[in-house]
Design a protein around this ligand. Structure first.
Ligand code: SF4
Length: 374
């Protein structure tokens, strides 16, 4: 465990609270989840906001709440529907966890979100950050939170050095968050801190002259705010060649659902895909698995980044050499059915291409239309 390299800074908590809350009251963004007190809606927003920007989340949040307005609707929904509503938002595990959390709230907590940190972290997908966010915002509990924004603000405000995401340094950040939290309006204070990080204390260009905490900010006073936070070296990017198969038969296309054993994107549908050291190897894995003959040149290439993995996904048209077995997780679909399935972003780009260019190129469109009429 990394040892802390700094003392707890001295600060005037009340003055910081006052300055930040006054700024928040005046300048906070009008966001849909700030207009509700419904713990379910706040919980959904917090799950969506993990690693995702506010402006991306808004339309997803609104659609999700419209389709699945409460714990019970979410708990009972088909997983495919939940994933479809999440399609394009990424980190799909969050969607599956959210549904599992709803099922647990119904089964173990009589349809009410637990109101303690120990209780709420029992729910799938709820870590210490989400616990603090939901408890303080939905229930006004004096529970702190720490996320990337808070780490950045604190590192500059108090000149905290070293990697603040691990070990004793990380604990120190939590201690400060706890000490700084006002007993009144803890939810607003937590949101104000994150809002400051998202809109003023920006990673590359902190807007110090607009900052309500400028007078309290040691980093800005010393002119060293640009050096902070000190981050650990980013993980090295790993290139991942992947192949996917496009098999058509009588106007229908072959797709499958990713299994529980997959590393990524469990439960999402796709044109069958595989990883390899090269595209050639990935293509040959798929040919063996499905008994197909594929074209050597891809019809479409897309790139996508998941964490530090850079995925190069190539789609190969293929013909079945024998009948492909179908079941509940592998099937032939029409273009209309294809559009309704939850696809990941990268596979979604392939689907988009298939639904437009490929059908035109192969003159498959008339066949598909005929199949849809049947
Ligand atoms: S004064 Fe500048 S560096 Fe300090 S908290 Fe505000 S924006 Fe961040």
């Amino acid at each position: 465990m990394a040892k802390s390299n700094q003392k707890t800074p001295a600060f005037h908590a009340e003055a910081i609270q006052k300055a930040l809350l006054e700024w928040y009251d005046r300048y906070k963004r009008d966001l849909p989840w700030r207009r509700t007190k419904d713990p379910y809606a706040i919980f959904v927003s917090e799950m969506m906001l993990q690693q995702t920007q506010v402006k991306t989340v808004i339309p997803y949040y609104e659609r999700f709440l419209k389709e699945l307005p409460n714990w019970s609707a979410l708990a009972k929904a088909k997983e495919e529907k939940v994933l479809k509503l999440w399609e394009g938002l990424g980190y799909y595990r969050r969607a599956r966890n959210l549904q599992a959390a709803a099922q647990k709230v119904i089964a173990d907590f009589h349809g009410h979100l637990p109101q303690t940190r120990e209780g709420i972290v029992e729910l799938p997908g709820v870590g210490q950050y989400s616990a603090g966010a939901v408890l303080s915002i939905a229930f006004q509990k004096p529970e702190p939170l720490v996320d990337g924004n808070v780490i950045r603000v604190f590192s500059r405000l108090f000149v905290l050095r070293g990697n603040l995401k691990v070990g004793e340094n990380h604990k120190k950040v939590w201690d400060i968050a706890r000490q700084l939290l006002p007993p009144k309006r803890p939810g607003d204070f937590n949101q104000a801190l994150m809002e400051l990080g998202a809109t003023v204390c920006l990673p590359e260009q902190p807007q110090c002259l607009l900052c309500p905490l400028y007078a309290h900010c040691e980093g800005a006073q010393r002119g060293i705010q640009y050096e902070l936070p000190e981050m650990a070296k980013a993980a090295k990017t790993v290139e991942v060649p992947m192949a996917a198969l496009l098999v058509d038969q009588k106007g229908k296309l072959f797709v499958r659902k990713r299994s529980e054993e997959e590393k990524w994107l469990k439960g999402m549908w796709e044109f069958p895909s595989a990883e390899g050291r090269t595209h050639e190897e990935a293509r040959s894995i798929l040919e063996k698995e499905f008994g197909v003959q594929s074209e050597p040149k891809p019809r479409k290439d897309v790139k996508h980044q998941i964490t530090h993995h850079k995925i190069h996904l190539s789609l190969y048209a293929a013909k079945a050499k024998k009948e492909i077995r179908i079941n509940s997780t592998a099937k032939w679909v029409t273009s209309a059915e294809l559009e309704k399935l939850p696809f990941s972003s990268a596979q979604g780009k392939l689907r988009q291409w298939v639904l437009t260019s490929y059908f035109q190129e192969t003159e498959l469109l008339p066949k598909i239309k005929k199949a849809r009429k049947r």
